[in-house]
Design a protein around this ligand. Sequence first.
Ligand SMILES: [Zn+2]
Length: 149
Amino acid sequence: MHTEKTERLFQEFPELFRRERLIHGFACQDGWFELIRVLAGRLREHLVQYPHLKNLEIDKVQQRMGELQVKIRGGDAVVHNLIRKAEQESRLVCELDGKPAIGLFVCAPHWFRYLCETCSELHGYMTIEDYLSEEALATMAREQMQQTV
Ligand SMILES: [Zn+2]
């Protein structure tokens, strides 16, 4: 996430996002800024009602295999549910610009991103289905070669 948006999150939610913990900032693209902001707002609301949860530590906010992943220590079932919900919602939000995502795309071999139609076209990504079928074909080809050797 770009510095300007990262700073906004740090400044708006200092009790949740601590610089010394999130040394890599928010390891995803800008499109999830609003998603993370909404999650932080919900967490704050809950923590205000349950002050004993002040020990909640957010260790990592990142993209993993295309999805948002928030790693925490402490918290309660509500906190875990709010985070799980945001992680699931990330599949519906283009990671690059925040528009509705149309699917999981692959920039082979390592980058997985949920993208909107425009971004998927601009970046020439292929869908996860295409990727998996190409992988399957490549595996089959390798296996056939091994059999003929
Ligand atoms: Zn997009």
